[in-house]
Design a protein around this ligand. Sequence first.
Ligand code: SAH
Length: 182
Amino acid sequence: MLDVPRHEFVPEADRPRAYEDRPLPIGLGQTISQPYIVALMTELADPKPNHHVLEVGTGSGYQATVIARLVAQVYSIEIIPEHAESAAARLQRLGLKNLEVRAGNGYLGWPERAPFDAILVTAGATEVPQPLLDQLKSGGRMIIPIGNGPNDQVLKVIEKNLSGKVESRDVLPVRFVPLRKN
Ligand code: SAH
């Protein structure tokens, strides 16, 4: 966390607040997550040096950058093209080599790059998207906020065990912007 310059990921005007433990607006109604939540989601993903990880909801690229330091390869998908482009440019400027960003609907995952050891969804869903579950390796984990709205979301860990059985546990209440279905 200390290695990643969070001030590079927030708008110029918010730089003085970049190292406070709170979310900040990044434009077009979206936010960069609170550092505590980024750290928690990263830890819950149980990242290993050989892992391939999918992130849904690139936003600023901050969460992707944090986890990219701990795994082999990160793929991150963002539905707002302007955010996908500015995040890709930022990551190139910062010299990230093991992180690929594209614009698209992450509800559908990234089938060409699947399967994934871990999937981080950084927007709130009403249910676990089936395409993401399909693209998770056996033995893999998905970290995802689930709920019916911003005031009713729980961060969940979804584990697919080696025989393909899926188990879910609640971690804590959270508040993420909605995951779009299309
Ligand atoms: N992880 C980001 C913060 C995410 S904010 C960071 O570290 O900065 C949530 C992001 O999810 C927003 O940018 C929003 O546009 C995006 N999003 C919402 N629905 C999506 C979908 N279906 N596919 C991909 N991205 C989506």
